[in-house]
Design a protein around this ligand. Sequence first.
Ligand SMILES: C[S@@+](CC[C@H](N)C(=O)[O-])C[C@H]1O[C@@H](n2cnc3c(N)ncnc32)[C@H](O)[C@@H]1O
Length: 195
Amino acid sequence: MNPLRDSLETLTGLHPTVEAVEKLTRFGDWLVTEAIPAGGLGPNEGSDVVNRHLLGSAAFSIGFPQPPDTCWDLGSGVGLPGIVLAVLWPQTRMVLVDRSQRRCDLARRAARILDIGVDVEVGDIAGLEVRAEAIVSRATIPAARLLPILEKLLAPGGVAVVSGSDTVPGPPFLAITIPQGVLDTPPKLLMMRSP
Ligand SMILES: C[S@@+](CC[C@H](N)C(=O)[O-])C[C@H]1O[C@@H](n2cnc3c(N)ncnc32)[C@H](O)[C@@H]1O
């Protein structure tokens, strides 16, 4: 029995392999030992890495009926949620985009250490020209400001899962229900499907 594996299964319905759980554990350790000291995450982010960052990132998968072929993480920072999803969805091509060169360098380093294949692009998400079937975005810009970018980038039928806030979401966003009992403070997540 592994508590992280159990929590991941209850939260997401996915069944991560032993290797995947081990990679996520290593990623959590790396966040504390490298990403925070390097300034890629805030200095106070190390106290609850498993719940806040690993499980909080894994929760983004709930909005997708199945792992997409390709998923874009807009404003990925050091790889949240993109690297966590890349581990949980090994068949998915994850593309991480952030305008911070330093955070992108850190995300690439994490991917190398974990031996996972992710694409990391430095750039402004407003300048992207893609048709995406799947998008995630965590704590990048408020959902209302992200909406025009999602509308531009999502292919018809495409799904986006983004961070929400305390305000009640309006269409086209729907609040994602996070399974109870795993996280003390579940993240507020919104999903939208492009018409
Ligand atoms: C608060 S951090 C969150 C990072 C990561 N998603 C996480 O949950 O730890 C916000 C990130 O969004 C990036 N960002 C904000 N606006 C952006 C934009 N217009 N284009 C690309 N990246 C952006 C910042 O560089 C920063 O890394």
